[in-house]
Design a protein around this ligand. Structure first.
Ligand code: BMA
Length: 811
């Protein structure tokens, strides 16, 4: 077999007669236009609005390439395109090779007869994705509703392209085109392996692994096929027919080390090699684990919904993932590392790939396998209904088949999910009710309750197919029934309800909930001028895509904090507020385990500088929420339940570990300007994975005004510690002293100390990439806290840029 990559430098031009400029593959037209100085940065100010013409234009990419006889003489030469966005015609040496119409498909074209020894030319001509979608919509038999966003282009549901390229409530509208994944020529005379799907059957200690292998062969023949893994090997002779086929060979492995989600064990990965004797071989990494989504009826219209790995019930804790950048050209693997390692460092064990972007690249899943991050994988449909005629169904079933074959080997993938919020929209009347839109319900069922379900059953019977998020299952009609399946809880934010409202909900699994905040000023200043640093400045509002976003942030701020009159304080408080909202929700739902078994907040990352629900801002800076997540996702959680109808607070310990825990919790009431006012030691014993209330504490615990002290609970047990802090009054009413926080820097270590209490002490190092091991901490009088900085910086650099603030500074 011989391969020839066509990645690299290409030329690009506006069709039909634009001037050629440098293009990069993999990449995209917006990135290439910026690099060529043809357009300004679309993220800057409101440039995006003047750049909508790009999506309404046809573009052409071309390049020359040299090949020799060793490739041309092969029986079959295939052009393999891992990702073409989206609608394009491919020509080699002026010969039409084929067309693409789905950004999510892996296309292979037979180009054997089109190639010549020496110089060849390939060109890829892209139709305007905006015009194409409109044509498809206008040609369709009836209207198919789609959710609209502030800055957008129409008919996104009629093109198989990242839906968020058409604008979203956190993202710009940049309907790009490009060859965004690898493109290569593959020449072969023997069978070629096109995919390997290792399927596991766990029986006691042994695992029977069946390698399901996709083969593409130019000829018929009989071959020895060997599968080897973990020192075990099976060789079988197989007839391989010309064309595409699939074969399966099994091997038994005795008691391999098991792969676990982060916090439950390690992530051993074994190389599984499939070899077709004398023809081709492929190695895939396998993690041995038995994974399932457990649904057990446990009440009237109630049913559990939880991940189980190797027989252990896993509380899924994590965040939703959106595409890493609105312009996918030039995105390095470092950015994936930074985001995914940040997720793991924040004690997350689950990432949901949301259905409005694209199926991530191989590197993403490899990192999730290594870091023990389970993946909830949506198929790429979101917040809309979709056509379902034969052409569309055939296109999307091909898409899902390609992606399941590509991804099924990853131990991290826990479940396949049909779409994001389409069932909710349909069943809750976003798009009209059943009476006047029966055809829409039929089309929904055809796509998500049969066509895609069937593809998954065929291609990967080892994982559950979940029709939609949220859903209560194919058989149910209320996708937002909290007692069944997963829900998206948006009453706090979209519904404008106070944070305490989270405490009124007892769900099985929450796969979306969120609260907005502003990113750092340093980031905002990369896209708006200093004089625009005001939430409702027009340019700032352009970087806030939720119509009532700023209003919702300000409104709730009045509940909890003293209103800031300085933009920096506003940003700081917006982040505290966001963190506190999500903390309130997650701690509550974790206390409810095993009834509740999942809390996945919206959203982990941003794809441009914007006010949004993210915990990590564009560029990788950790917001307060990310630091708080590291604490409220701790494997052993100490938390306070603050029931608004009760005066007292409940103290809980919740364990996500498979050891029993025996220890004590020290409960202290600490004055903001002095020592410990009252103290109690509580013995605690917990079984594995248990959540338990261990005490209640009333405002009378300390005989002073509740505005003047905080409660701190500190768990110490053999291998586990934990702590948390609570207040009997809202932050805005706390009688905080003006604390001076002393900061000492030695190398990458920062030591904080304060004579008086200082709440939410926030360190920032804007000029440096990196984050702190802890931040937004509460310092009690005389307490010393040491944190480390992860970035590449020596002590002087860190000290010179270090900023510190705390809540009372905003008073
Ligand atoms: C849900 C998500 C996203 C959206 C988010 C915030 O709808 O599925 O579509 O961005 O809420 O509004």
């Amino acid at each position: 077999m011989k391969t020839h990559s066509l990645n690299g430098s290409w030329q690009c031009r506006q069709r039909p007669h634009g001037d050629w400029f440098e293009g990069t593959v993999p990449g995209g037209v917006y990135t290439d236009l910026v690099a060529a100085g043809e357009i300004p940065d679309p993220y800057d100010e409101d440039n995006e609005l003047d750049l909508q013409w790009v999506g309404k234009t046809d573009w052409e990419y071309r390049r020359e390439f040299e090949i020799d006889e060793t490739l041309v003489e092969q029986d079959r030469v295939t052009l393999r395109c891992e990702g073409v966005d989206t609608v394009a015609t491919i020509r080699i040496n002026e010969t039409d090779i084929g067309e693409t119409s789905n950004m999510h498909r892996i296309y292979e074209f037979d180009v054997t007869d089109a190639l010549e020894i020496g110089t060849n030319e390939i060109s890829v001509v892209f139709d305007s994705p905006v015009e194409y979608a409109i044509e498809q919509r206008d040609a369709y038999s009836h209207e198919v509703p789609v959710t609209q966003y502030p800055v957008e282009q129409p008919a996104r549901n009629f093109i198989r392209k990242a839906q968020c390229h058409y604008g979203w409530d956190w993202g710009p509208c940049l309907p790009t085109v490009g060859i965004y994944r690898d493109i290569e020529l593959i020449g072969h005379a023997e069978p070629r392996i096109t995919y390997v799907k290792p399927q596991q059957d766990h029986d006691g200690n042994g695992v029977e692994l069946t390698a399901v292998v996709g083969v593409d062969s130019p000829t018929n023949g009989e071959y020895a096929v060997t599968v080897s893994i973990a020192g075990s090997e099976t060789t079988e002779r197989r007839e391989i027919a010309a064309g595409e086929s699939e074969l399966a060979v099994s091997v038994t492995v005795d008691d391999p080390d098991r792969w676990w989600p982060r916090g439950y064990g390690d992530q051993p990965l074994y190389d599984c090699t499939v070899a077709i004797d004398g023809a081709d071989s492929a190695t895939t990494r396998v993690g041995f684990r038995d994974i399932s989504v457990v649904r057990e009826v446990d009440g009237e219209n109630a049913e559990s919904f939880s991940f189980e790995v190797n027989g252990v019930a896993v509380f899924a804790k994590g965040a939703n993932w959106i595409p890493i950048d609105a312009m996918y050209g030039g995105v390095s693997t470092d950015r994936y590392d930074q985001l995914l390692e940040s997720a793991a460092e924040a004690n997350m064990n689950t990432i949901r790939i949301w259905g409005g972007g694209y199926y991530e690249n191989d590197y993403f899943y490899e990192r999730c396998d290594e870091l023990g991050l389970l993946v909830w994988q949506d198929f790429m449909f979101a917040c809309s209904l979709y056509p379902a005629d034969d052409t569309f169904v055939e296109n999307v079933t091909g898409e899902v088949r390609d992606q399941v074959r590509r991804l099924a080997s990853h131990p991290s993938i826990a479940l396949w999910c049909g779409n994001n919020e389409n069932e909710w929209g349909l069943e809750h009347g976003w798009y009209g009710d059943r009476t006047d839109s029966e055809v829409l319900f039929d089309e929904y069922d055809r796509l998500f309750e049969s066509a895609l379900a069937d593809v998954v059953a065929e291609e990967d019977p080892t994982r559950r197919y979940w029709p939609s998020s949220p859903s209560s299952g194919i058989e149910a009609t209320n996708p937002q029934n909290p007692a069944k399946g997963d829900i998206h809880y948006w009453d706090v934010w979209h519904g404008g309800k106070p944070f305490a409202d989270y405490l009124t909900v007892e769900p099985r699994f929450v796969s979306e909930f969120g609260y907005q905040s502003f990113p750092s000023i340093e980031l905002l200043e990369t896209v708006v001028p200093e004089e625009s640093l005001n939430p409702t400045d027009p340019l700032m509002e352009h970087h806030q895509r939720h119509p009532d976003g700023n209003g919702l942030i300000l409104a709730r701020m009045a509940d909890h904090f003293r209103i800031p009159f300085d933009f920096a304080d506003f940003v700081y408080l917006s982040q505290l507020q966001q963190g506190f909202a999500i903390k309130t929700a997650v701690e509550h739902w974790r206390r409810l385990k095993p009834y509740s078994m999942g809390a996945i907040f919206w959203q982990l990352n941003d794809l441009w500088p914007v006010a949004s629900w993210s915990s990590i801002e564009y560029g990788g800076g950790w917001k307060a929420l990310q630091y708080m997540a590291k604490r409220f996702f701790e494997d052993v959680l100490v938390s306070f339940h603050d029931d608004p109808d009760e005066e007292s607070l409940e103290l809980w310990v919740t364990s996500d570990v498979t050891d029993s825990i025996e220890g004590t919790v020290e409960l202290d009431a600490i004055a903001f300007d002095g020592g410990v006012l009252a103290s109690r030691s509580i013995d605690v014993t917990l079984d594995e994975l248990e959540s338990k209330r261990v005490a209640t504490v009333s405002p009378a615990f300390a005989d002073v005004p509740t505005e003047s002290y905080l409660l701190r609970a500190t768990l110490s047990a053999d291998d586990y510690t934990g702590r948390n802090t609570a207040f009997f009054e809202p932050f805005k009413h706390l009688d905080l002293p003006g604390a001076d926080v002393d900061v000492t820097v030695e190398g990458d270590t920062v030591t904080l100390e304060s004579d008086d209490a200082a709440l939410f002490v926030a360190l920032s190092a804007p000029a440096l990439a990196g984050h702190f091991s802890d931040n937004y901490v509460h310092l009690t009088p005389g307490e010393t806290r040491t944190v480390s900085f992860t970035g590449e910086a020596d002590g002087d650099e860190l000290a010179s840029t270090l900023g510190v603030t705390h809540l009372e500074d905003t008073y």
